[in-house]
Design a protein around this ligand. Structure first.
Ligand code: SAH
Length: 372
């Protein structure tokens, strides 16, 4: 490498966005492409990648593993559900767990993952750990996809201030040929294919240096044979679980019921208000009032393509508005939440005031919403 050219670049190389963000974005893009349900991040450190991945709606199980419990504990509270998660539970379920342990050991809690990420991990492993790593990750965990990133030592001369390694805890840094030969041998041994890429482009004219961070994406060639393989795997628990958060989800009947009850009451109130404003338009003319049957036109913006049947029309009797459950069920949000009419009836039974035959929600005309 031309020394002057090199010196010139060492002054100006600054990645935008910063390289760690580019690595995490790379993983996020991979998640969006392959839509894994279960993702484990090995060497998760302060959980920053997990924090980003919890917003990927395909993920239902997220796990982090690190040999340093303190670094995980620093910010693990940021992985807990927020009040808004309880107010509006998500349709997907999400469990986040953090484990304290080493990638050199097998633990049953690491089985069943679709994607395993090892971002800037392997260069922190001592030789005996690095030796065991492929057997643990590819042989034992055997996810469909493994992504491994590590510094590319050929880029180091372009980085200001790097003398031997980029970080004092690094045990080695590989050039492209070293990483690729290790990755190819590992992939061959465990029936994976591997493709190489990276983040942090070299400057123009320095393309030979390769990416600043080199990345291998490993894809398992054959599907796991499941039962037989799992049953042969040891079940001894070695890792210590240091954090577990189960997010509120509509898959949980308790949250679904709350959401359905709120939505039914909200929908009934909307219908009542529409009905009452129509009612007022008729004024106090007793003759017109008695003939009053609300038109469904006033709900059309809510009901969309609702097929209006006679028995779906709300009506007023005495001080009560009767809103047929069939009408409420036809509202898209109620419909989506419950799936079936039977489920709607089951979820609101005993929780919402119904007519004596159970076919309509009763709302008192005078009972206004608190904020009215
Ligand atoms: N993946 C993180 C940072 C990695 S730094 C990121 O993307 O930002 C490397 C991490 O690996 C450190 O937190 C270190 O504690 C952890 N580590 C080192 N040896 C380990 C081992 N044998 N098993 C699990 N984690 C290990």
């Amino acid at each position: 490498m031309d020394k002057n050219f090199q010196e010139e670049f060492t002054q100006i190389i600054k990645f935008k966005p910063p390289l760690y963000k580019q690595r995490h974005q790379f993983v996020k893009d991979l998640v969006e492409k392959y839509k894994p349900k279960k993702v484990a991040d090995l060497g998760c450190a302060d959980c920053s990648l997990l924090r980003m991945l919890k917003f990927c709606s395909c993920i239902e199980v997220l796990a982090g593993l690190d040999i340093c419990a303190n670094v995980m504990k620093e910010k693990m509270h940021t992985l807990s559900p927020l009040p808004v998660d309880y107010l509006q539970p998500s349709e997907r379920s999400l469990t986040i767990t953090l484990h304290h342990g080493s990638v050199a050991h097998k633990d049953p809690c690491m089985l069943g993952f679709d994607l395993v990420t090892c971002i800037e991990l392997i260069e922190h492993l001592e030789e005996p750990e690095l030796k065991k790593f492929p057997e643990v990750v590819f042989g034992f965990m055997a996810p469909s996809i493994v992504v491994i990133s590590t510094p590319n030592s050929e880029f180091n001369p372009l980085l200001p201030g790097v003398i031997l390694y980029r970080h004092p805890d690094h045990k080695f840094e590989w050039n492209q040929a070293q990483f690729q030969s290790w990755a190819l041998a590992t992939a061959r041994c465990y029936d994976y294919s591997v493709e190489f890429t990276g983040v942090g482009h070299p400057p123009t004219g320095m393309e030979k240096a390769g990416f600043c961070t080199q990345i291998g994406v490993f894809i398992r060639k054959y599907p796991q044979t499941g039962e037989s393989l799992q049953s042969e795997k040891p079940t001894e628990v070695i890792y210590e679980t240091v954090f577990k958060a189960v997010y509120p989800s509509l898959k949980d009947e308790k949250y679904l019921q709350n959401a359905v009850i709120s939505e039914v009451i909200f929908t009934a109130q909307i219908i009542k208000h529409r009905l009452m404003s129509k009612h007022e338009e008729y004024g106090n003319d007793p003759e017109r009032k008695s003939k009053f049957t609300p038109s469904m036109d006033c709900f059309s913006d809510y009901l969309g393509k609702l097929v209006v049947e006679k028995n779906m029309e709300p009506f007023v009797s005495g001080n009560e508005v009767y809103i047929p459950l069939a009408t409420i069920f036809s509202f898209p949000k109620v419909n989506r939440l419950c799936g079936t009419f039977e489920k709607l009836c089951k979820l609101i039974a005993g929780k919402v005031t119904l007519s004596s035959d159970g076919s309509a929600v009763m709302v008192n005309m005078e009972c206004e919403d608190e904020d009215d």
